[in-house]
Design a protein around this ligand. Structure first.
Ligand code: NAD
Length: 279
């Protein structure tokens, strides 16, 4: 089992500064205990949040195994962001069970591209595969937010997950690079349009972390190895690193931060020529 940081070390003072006690978070993207979204669940729970999870139906049994580990999980409903109807289903079910409920935090930790998009030369990717990757990995943020906004308290915080291949070439990441560039653009657009009501929208650009989704990227272990040797902190990013930043973005401590891409990557994104040229 993945070790969880000793969350209790943070103490009560930090928890009270976060002002997240009693807040409600909608979390999309838990597929396993390695999911970045699962670490975010644990950290938000520790800060006092109630959690409502939206899960992709294919991971139903995994989620059922995990849910008993966190008392803060209030409820969970299916949510497949591939279509608008299936996305809406989550909100219909939630409101049917808890009419008039509102949320303060939305976590969008969703990404997918069909296998062939990683295997084929970019020039020969089929339009259907590109469309699917864009719909699920980028445009789903807009879809989820459209359905969330009527149920968000003023001053809400939405957090999505991106990767630095959005702005620079990373071998084998393929169509996901294009999707992450679009996702980051959605972050800015939505932040600009929703800011009037104090709603904030930000992305965390995480360093590579071994998860189910990352396992599908060819050569991923070599990327992990490279980053560990060449990032300023000389280590890889963990799920807990990302979750810590997500808790800050969820809290009023980051109240003036919106439309931003926050790099949580052990500093790798500031480098250009790898340190290993000195080896
Ligand atoms: P993960 O496999 O645990 O999570 C991916 C999630 O996407 C799963 O929960 C899956 O159910 C969900 N998903 C895929 N298609 C969906 C659909 N049609 N409807 C609803 N949900 C769907 O992997 P992860 O690494 O925790 O990924 C979470 C996010 O973090 C993704 O956006 C990913 O691109 C991003 N990210 C990951 C890394 C990394 O190295 N792991 C780095 C940067 C960013």
């Amino acid at each position: 089992m993945r070790p969880v940081t000793d969350l209790d070390n943070r103490g009560g003072l930090f928890d009270s500064m976060l002002e997240l006690e009693g807040k409600t978070a909608l979390i999309f993207g838990v597929a396993s205990e390695d999911s970045i979204a699962w670490a975010i669940c644990q950290h938000l729970a520790k800060a006092g949040c109630k959690l409502i999870l939206g899960y992709q139906p294919r991971y139903r049994s995994r989620l059922f195994q995990l849910k008993d580990q966190l008392d803060s999980i209030d409820s969970f409903y299916p949510c497949d962001v591939a279509t608008d109807e299936q996305t809406k289903e989550f909100f219909d079910e939630w409101q049917k069970e808890s009419p008039g409920s509102k949320a303060d935090i939305v976590v969008h930790a969703i990404g997918f591209a069909p296998r062939e998009t990683f295997d084929r030369h970019m020039l020969f990717n089929e339009m259907d595969s590109i469309d699917l990757a864009m719909r699920i990995s980028a445009h789903s943020l807009q879809r989820l937010m459209r359905h969330s906004v009527p149920y968000l308290n003023d001053g809400s915080s939405t957090i999505t997950l991106t990767y630095a291949a959005s702005t620079r070439y990373v071998p084998n990441y393929g169509v996901m690079s294009v999707a992450k560039a679009a996702l980051e653009s959605w972050v800015r657009e939505l932040a600009a349009r929703l800011g009037e009501n104090g709603h904030r929208v930000n992305a965390i650009s995480a360093g590579p972390i071994k998860t189910l989704a990352a396992g599908g990227i060819p050569g991923f272990d070599r990327i992990l190895n490279h980053v560990e040797r060449n990032s300023p902190l000389r280590r890889n990013t963990t799920q807990d690193d990302v979750a810590g930043a997500a808790v800050w973005l969820a809290s009023p401590l980051s109240g003036a931060v919106t439309g931003q891409i926050l790099h949580v990557d052990c500093g790798y994104s500031i480098t250009m020529v790898p340190e290993s040229i000195n080896d």
